[in-house]
Write a protein that binds this ligand. Structure first.
Ligand code: NCD
Ligand code: ZN
Length: 346
């Protein structure tokens, strides 16, 4: 990494949690990711979900077509269901381009209705993943309606994560998009086969951002933004340079009208400025020297993949994030729309 007060060059980063969608939306959003990241772990929550290797093969071809000439490499995931057979896991591991399996508790978030109703139904698949060294990516929220929405991650740790870890002690698990001090503490206390991704929005915003002068649907995502004390715990986690924490944007595009609705979709789009937002956060923490490892080293090291070798350069030059971008004939409102960022990807 080379840095001075006006320029920053780091090994090209990867995004370890990304929603690319499909069809025209895929074509609209994929170039944003491909221009900064070498690789991305692509979420399988399409409709229908990507539950088989066969579906993943077809999806990866559509992604490659959408990024055109770019060297961007999509790393695919399978969507775990109550019925996923161990044979599908073995086939996924053999495929070489499927790098993980995603656990969505049924009903937890966007397109999760096909998700897992009881993790114990997945024992055969989990056993095969542990055997194959294929990581389980966890949307760590319980779904019981009586649990307060702000407590869903904390309760998930106690009710699902701990027992799961004890039953499959060598299974690689990524606790995705962590949002709480509880999750940070859990990861710090867990063995080295447990990692976590952290998003730009959970680092940049606390839950007040959803209610600033009125309801702000573009700052609504799942897991929902939390109190400032939790954001501070995430900032501390990245500032120490601990290798268990790595970059995952959870960039999740939705059309403007589906966010600005009586029942608005969860998801924040950040792919237009992801590395710049992370750089801004690390700089504010006086931890810019920790950005490269978080963005470019900890992820591949956890997955057992090679680190990238080419670089990207960010310049200290103010730019205003557009108010919107086109999205398959509709409109997309990006994170920090209309705001100024001081770092810009060259
Ligand atoms: C994601 C989406 O829109 O697909 N939404 C979100 O708020 N993060 C789903 C998810 O990752 O939970
Ligand atoms: Zn996500």
């Amino acid at each position: 990494m080379t840095t001075n007060s006006s320029q920053l060059t780091i090994i090209r980063p990867d995004d370890w949690h990304l929603h690319l969608r499909d069809g025209e939306v895929l074509a609209s959003v994929a170039p944003f990711t491909a221009r900064q990241f070498a690789r991305a772990i692509v979420m399988p929550n399409l409709k229908p979900a990507i539950t088989t290797v066969k579906q993943a093969v077809a999806y990866v071809d559509r992604i490659v077509a959408a990024v055109g000439e770019s060297a961007f490499e999509p790393l695919m995931t399978l969507y775990l269901t109550d019925e996923t057979p161990a044979t599908e896991i073995v086939a996924a591991e053999k495929s070489c381009f499927i790098k993980a399996v995603k656990l969505y508790p049924a009903g937890a978030t966007t397109n999760s209705s096909e998700g897992v109703t009881d993790i114990r139904k997945c024992d055969a698949a989990l056993e095969a993943m542990q055997e194959a060294g294929l990581p389980l990516l966890v949307h760590g929220e319980v779904t019981e309606p009586e649990i307060d929405v702000f407590d869903r991650e904390k309760v998930f740790i106690e009710q699902v994560m701990m027992p799961l870890m004890n039953r499959f002690p060598t299974l690689k698990i990524v606790f995705e998009h962590i949002t709480t001090a509880d999750a940070v503490d859990f990861v710090l206390g867990a063995p080295s086969n447990i990692g976590a991704t952290i998003t730009p929005h959970h680092l940049m915003l606390n839950r007040n951002a959803m209610f600033e002068g009125g309801l702000r649907p573009h700052n609504y995502c799942l897991p929902v933004l939390k109190r400032e004390q939790h954001r501070q715990a995430l900032l501390k986690a990245i500032s120490t340079g601990n290798p268990r924490f790595f970059l995952g944007t959870d960039s999740a595009p939705h059309e403007q009208h589906k966010k600005e609705s009586g029942c608005g979709c969860a998801g924040i789009f950040s792919a237009h400025a992801a590395i710049e937002i992370y750089a801004t956060v690390f700089e504010a923490q006086k931890a810019l020297d920790k950005l490269e490892a978080f963005a470019s080293f900890h992820g591949p090291d956890f997955y057992g993949l090679p680190r990238n070798t080419d670089t990207i350069t960010l310049k200290k030059t103010p730019w205003v994030i557009p108010d919107s971008y086109p999205l398959a004939g509709q409109t997309l409102i990006p994170m920090m729309a209309g705001e100024t960022l001081n770092w810009k990807l060259m």
